[in-house]
Design a protein around this ligand. Structure first.
Ligand code: ZN
Length: 100
């Protein structure tokens, strides 16, 4: 309908900047556990209160913690990501199993 023609193209040609991956981390890595491969992110700051599945206690605001999720479920990567859990760093490192 009443669209203006844009004749002027923006020039993206010259200074193409690659994605700065360091900005996305916190460090993410893959570890093997008793029940499969997990992707783990450490050093995250809690922005809300989470319940640690290992001990059932809360992770307080601002506390550094670990987020982990299992890879390779039949539900696919998106479901894997949605099933991620927030752990106390210590609980995760002790290899606790989720209470539920
Ligand atoms: Zn815990």
């Amino acid at each position: 309908m009443g669209r203006n023609k844009r004749s002027k193209k923006r020039d993206y040609g010259a200074g193409h900047v690659p994605l700065d991956m360091t900005r996305l981390a916190s460090v993410s890595r893959t570890v093997s556990r008793y029940d499969g491969q997990y992707t783990v992110r450490t050093g995250l700051i809690a922005r809300k209160i989470y319940i640690c599945p290992g001990c059932g206690q809360s992770i307080s605001l601002g506390q550094q913690h670990v987020v982990a999720w299992r890879e390779g479920s039949i539900m696919g990567a998106r479901a894997d990501l949605e099933s991620r859990r927030h752990w106390h760093t210590a609980c995760w490192q002790r290899g606790l199993r989720p209470l539920n």
